[in-house]
Design a protein around this ligand. Structure first.
Ligand SMILES: Nc1ncnc2c1ncn2[C@@H]1O[C@H](COP(=O)(O)OP(=O)(O)O)[C@@H](O)[C@H]1O
Ligand SMILES: [Mg+2]
Length: 235
């Protein structure tokens, strides 16, 4: 039987907050990783308030689909392969498909699984950041892209800092924090036919070479004009 102790209530509050904090910041990501799946109480449990019931039903259970299993296996192989590779020799992974087919969900789940495994391997180490998760902003410029990394890491960017300085700060910190996996969502927003899109794509490649981590990208591939798999990012 499930009893509702004060500790349990705190967990519920934390779980509810995590449902709304975006995982594209370090704190939001940590919350996402640390939040266990919600467990339903027995329907007759009177301590389970209406609010908590609604909360439970508004959060869907994530199923492990065959595609997610395949992608996870590819990622594990790739990370083994990348371990000893430098710069351009490291390979990335792309998760592509039509909208709403679970690309973001797959990225988040893979990130969580990897981070939890790293926490088990290095218990008590709080000075590490195994996973970074971010989404490409719409109409991104190279500086906006690297600023997304900085925002995740909580690096405050002074107005006078230029793109190279922010990039240096981001790469330096990610090396220190031993980041092993960088998840980049919505790469279809990098429209390489526009100048800023092409430059941002180049910036992404540059980051991929400087940060000793495996990069996983996710993006829509149905629009023939901005086909993720044909984009120069991956060639
Ligand atoms: N494996 C899964 N199990 C349960 N629900 C899923 C799963 N994958 C995706 N969904 C649900 O489908 C919807 C779209 O998923 P999302 O990952 O945002 O797709 P995409 O990023 O491809 O557009 C979301 O509401 C998400 O909760
Ligand atoms: Mg998505």
């Amino acid at each position: 039987m499930v009893t509702d102790t004060p500790a349990n209530s705190t967990l519920h509050d934390g779980a509810r907050a995590a449902a709304y904090a975006p995982p594209t910041t370090r704190d939001g990501w940590q919350q996402f990783v640390a939040t266990p799946p919600l467990q339903p109480h027995p329907a007759a449990d009177e301590d389970w308030s209406l609010e908590e019931r609604l909360d439970y039903h508004s959060r869907f259970v994530v199923l492990t689909t065959p595609a997610m299993e395949r992608i996870s296996l590819s990622l594990r192989r790739l990370m083994l392969l990348n371990r000893r590779q430098q710069g351009t020799a490291r390979r990335g992974l792309i998760v592509s498909g039509p909208p709403t087919t679970g690309k973001t969900t797959t990225l988040l789940e893979m990130g969580r699984t990897f981070e939890l495994a790293e926490q088990r391997r290095h218990p008590g180490r709080t000075d590490r950041l195994p996973v970074v998760f971010l989404a490409v902003p719409p109409a991104s410029t190279p500086k906006m892209l690297v600023s997304e990394f900085a925002r995740f890491l909580g690096i405050s960017i002074a107005a006078r800092m230029n793109q190279a300085q922010i990039t240096d700060a981001v790469c330096h910190l990610l090396c220190l924090l031993e980041t092993k996996l960088v998840l980049v969502d919505d790469v279809h927003l990098l429209d390489t036919r526009t100048r800023s899109g092409a430059e941002t794509s180049d910036q992404m490649k540059h980051l991929g070479e400087r940060i000793p981590a495996t990069f996983v990208y996710a993006g829509v591939d149905v629009d023939v004009d901005v086909d993720v798999e044909a984009s120069p990012l991956l060639t």
